[in-house]
Design a binder for this molecule. Structure first.
Ligand SMILES: NC(=O)c1ccc[n+]([C@@H]2O[C@H](COP(=O)([O-])OP(=O)(O)OC[C@H]3O[C@@H](n4cnc5c(N)ncnc54)[C@H](OP(=O)(O)O)[C@@H]3O)[C@@H](O)[C@H]2O)c1
Length: 173
């Protein structure tokens, strides 16, 4: 069974989206944030609905709407408690358990990449998250969506790898 990895490009002050879900801040860094190494290990995405239908750092480019800016293509599982539209290649699930099972089945032995802060947090709280990768971006946003936002207790991590300003951690349980 593949692992569950939560990944995000993050401002130095800890935000993965600006106020109102703005992702335009990431546009100047999409080259730096390019997740080519990461994309190679990913078998499926487990995505929060706000990430799926939200802003895109690639908006206005030929890669708008594509996972990892077009570097990756494959099965996506989107979590929503709302009405699920019909989108080719996308499975909509209404609970974390159902979504994780569907994404794991789709990924096989490869990694399930979790996208969206609330889904990452839910995976940690359920004891399901194996790893976290953050790509630190040289910018301060001052507000927005935090990588993790919840009152304690602390979640201990162990550094597994560092590539430039990308940091990969194991979640200690
Ligand atoms: N910097 C980066 O690399 C990066 C990466 C990914 C995302 N982002 C940004 O981060 C922001 C999204 O994070 P977020 O925390 O606001 O939202 P999110 O996690 O993407 O999506 C939250 C939504 O997912 C659904 N959901 C979450 N947990 C669920 C569960 N257990 N069961 C059923 N549905 C569930 C709900 O959808 P419904 O409301 O439809 O019920 C919820 O409102 C966006 O602005 C996105 O662009 C940035």
């Amino acid at each position: 069974m593949g692992k569950l990895l939560y990944s995000a490009a993050m401002s130095l002050d800890g935000f993965i989206a600006g106020p109102g879900g703005d992702m335009g801040w990431l546009a100047p860094y999409t080259g730096d944030a390019s997740a080519d190494g990461l994309a190679a290990e990913v078998g499926a995405l487990l995505v929060g609905r706000r990430t799926f239908s939200g802003d895109d750092p690639y908006r206005g480019t030929e890669n708008e709407g594509k996972a990892f800016g077009g570097l990756w293509d494959g099965p996506q599982v989107v979590l929503t408690r709302g009405v699920a539209p019909a989108v080719p290649g996308v499975t909509f699930c209404s609970s974390l358990e159902e979504g994780v099972a569907a994404a794991r089945a789709a990924a096989g032995e490869k990694t399930v990449n979790v996208l969206g802060a609330s889904v990452g947090l839910a995976c940690v709280d359920a004891g399901l998250l194996d790893e976290v990768e953050v790509m630190l971006m040289p910018v301060l946003l001052g507000g927005g969506v935090r990588l993790f936002e919840r009152p304690g207790p602390p979640v201990r991590l162990e550094l597994l790898a560092q590539r430039g300003t990308s940091l990969r951690y194991r979640v200690l349980r």
